[in-house]
Ligand binder design. Sequence first.
Ligand code: ZN
Length: 366
Amino acid sequence: MRRWRLAARVCGAWLAAAGALRAAEPATKEFIWAIPKAELHIHFEGTLEPEHYLELAKRNALPVRYATAAAVRQRQRDGRDLKSFIEVYEELLSVIRTEADFREVTLAHLRRTKAQQIVYTEMFFDPQMHTERGIPLATVFAGLLAAQAAARDELGVRVEYIMCFNRDRSAESALAILEASRPWHRRILGVGLDNPEEKDFPRKFAGVFARARSLGLRATSHCDVNQPNTLAHHWGCLDELKVERIDHGINVLDDPALIAAVKARGIGLTVCPTLMEAEIPGRLEFRAKAVKQMLELGLLVTINSDDPGLMRGLLVGDLMLAVHQTVGLTKAEIVTLAENSFRIAWLPEAERATYLAAVRAAAAIK
Ligand SMILES: [Zn+2]
């Protein structure tokens, strides 16, 4: 018996050492693809691929300025600042009109992400961008919820939704959407804020967020990268909006007190090292280094794709690989990124535990 126990101890120690060796190994594409992942920073409107845009325009008999998907992509590449980015964004999403369109666009994205083992998605959508062009809220929700059911039944993946308000629109408009959407509040997880970061942000939305929280909704907000007054905006999101996550949030690294607060409060950070950044010299490297530094600090950092339809179609697996190729990630760091994506997801605890166990099981096999 004693000999067996000794053998078990030696064997256990050997396995632990082998596991540690594997964990310290550099990540590979195969390893990254095999690990189950969640995505928490993805905009429905930004998932539309140029080919699908042209198809929907044709089906809905809408005029387009582009003859080919390549011409759409060229227009996307030409837009370098946030203003032109949003112009293209709104131009493309204008072809999404019917319940079937909302369903199809969501499902097309989830089909692509499933191939990279993204098994759970919390997707932003911007109702103001649709209601202002005459699309009823009921159409938006019907399409998104039909996609949710089809994702579960046909693809075996899960999608949930976060309703975003636009920071360049009024607080009154956000509040009106919040109230108008009450019939569907049980079908969404929470609220967020996106679009350009204006100087009255985030205080302008404190009342809207208080109301959302009182209605049982969770809260997150974008704090885009290197924006004016970014540190004040981060603090405002934490203290006035009482967010649980910050979308992007790279400038947290500029303030030791903010790092400490984000860590102590368990705030999730949804960083997006996208290809658009890769095309501007130094910017992917900047974001990839931030991911590495956040991992080393023990922050709850994740990698996300933001608007893959507008950013050359790169998904979470592609971006993890890009970060690895830029700063070098170990297998253990890839596992931590995947675990973080489920740790900060707005999941019931039992489901979180199931996803985390699946991550560890996949990591052990590889
Ligand atoms: Zn975003």
